[in-house]
Design a protein around this ligand. Structure first.
Ligand code: PXP
Length: 250
C-alpha cells in the first residue's frame, strides 16, 4: 500500500452507490465495483457507513470491501454494541464513530463526546486494542475536541456540513465564520496530537478552503462525487476532486 506523506488524502464514500442499488432491491449498481474504480482513480481510502437500519451499505458490502480493497477501509458506525462486534470481527484500518438517529436523512451533527466521555472511552478501547485507528466525527467545538483527545481517539473528523449548507444557502458571512471556527479547531486538534480529517457535504465549490488547512490530512467525500458521476463518470468525478485538492494544497 502506498502512503503519501504530507499529501492530502481523499477517502471516497460509496454509501450512495448502495442507496441507488437499494432503491430497486437488486444487485446493481455494485458498491464494490465503485470502490475498485475509485481506487484506480486515485482514492486513498474507501469510506462506508453501516447504518443501524442498513438503508444503504449492507453487512455483505462490508464483508466484500474487506476482501477486495487494496486501500484502507474507513468504517463509519454508531457507538452501539452491534457495530462494535462487527468492527472487531473485521478490524478495518479505521473506525469513524458517528452519531446516528433513525429519523435523520444523513449524519446531521457531530458526536456529543464531552457528555458521553466515560462511555465512549470504554467503547473505543477494544477497537484501539484491535489495531483500528479510531476517529471521532465532531463539530468544530473545543469542548468536543478536548474530550476526543481525553478518551484516546487518534483522529478527529471535522463536520463540514454546516459550512457547506451556509454556502449553498448563500449565507456567506455565516459560511466564513464556520470556516474560521474549523480552521481554529484544526490547529487546536493538531496541537493536541490528533490527526485531523474533515468531511460531509463537500463539493467542487466548497472543497478548496478546507483543503487549504495544512493540519487537515484527509477529506472524506461521497454524496457529491456519486451524484457528479452520473454526468461525467465516477473516475473523472473523483479525478476532478483530486485535482482541486492538489491545487488547493500546492
Ligand atoms: N464523513 C462522515 C463522518 C460522514 O458521516 C459522511 C457521510 O456519510 C461523510 C464524511 C461524507 O459526506 P458526503 O456524503 O456528504 O460527502
Amino acid at each position: 500500500m502506498t502512503t503519501y506523506a504530507g499529501r492530502l488524502r481523499l477517502g471516497v464514500n460509496i454509501d450512495h452507490v448502495a442507496t441507488v442499488r437499494n432503491a430497486r432491491g437488486g444487485a446493481y449498481p455494485d458498491p464494490l465495483r465503485a470502490a475498485k474504480l475509485a481506487e484506480e482513480a486515485g482514492a486513498d481510502g474507501i469510506t462506508a457507513h453501516l447504518r443501524e437500519d442498513r438503508r444503504h451499505i449492507s453487512d455483505a458490502d462490508i464483508d466484500g470491501l474487506m476482501e477486495v480493497l487494496s486501500v484502507p477501509l474507513n468504517f463509519e458506525m454508531a457507538a452501539t454494541d452491534e457495530m462494535q462486534k462487527i468492527a472487531l470481527r473485521h478490524k478495518p484500518h479505521a473506525v469513524c464513530i458517528v452519531p446516528e438517529k433513525r429519523e435523520e436523512r444523513t449524519t446531521e451533527g457531530g458526536l456529543e463526546v464531552a457528555r458521553e466521555e466515560n462511555k465512549l472511552a470504554h467503547f473505543i478501547a477494544p477497537l484501539r486494542e484491535a489495531g483500528c485507528r479510531v476517529s471521532i466525527f465532531i463539530a468544530a467545538d473545543p469542548r468536543q475536541i478536548e474530550a476526543a483527545h481525553r478518551i484516546g481517539a487518534e483522529v478527529i473528523e471535522l463536520h463540514t456540513g454546516a459550512y457547506c449548507d451556509f454556502h449553498a444557502e448563500g449565507k456567506f458571512s455565516e459560511r466564513d465564520e464556520e470556516l474560521e471556527k474549523m480552521r481554529a479547531m484544526s490547529i487546536m486538534a493538531h496541537e493536541l496530537g490528533l490527526e485531523v480529517h474533515a468531511g460531509h457535504g463537500l463539493t467542487y465549490d466548497t472543497v478548496t478552503p478546507v483543503a487549504q488547512f495544512p493540519e487537515v490530512m484527509e477529506l472524506n467525500i461521497g454524496h457529491f462525487i456519486i451524484g457528479e458521476a452520473i454526468f461525467r463518470g465516477l473516475q473523472p468525478a473523483i479525478g476532478e476532486m483530486r485535482r482541486l485538492m492538489d491545487e488547493a494544497r500546492a
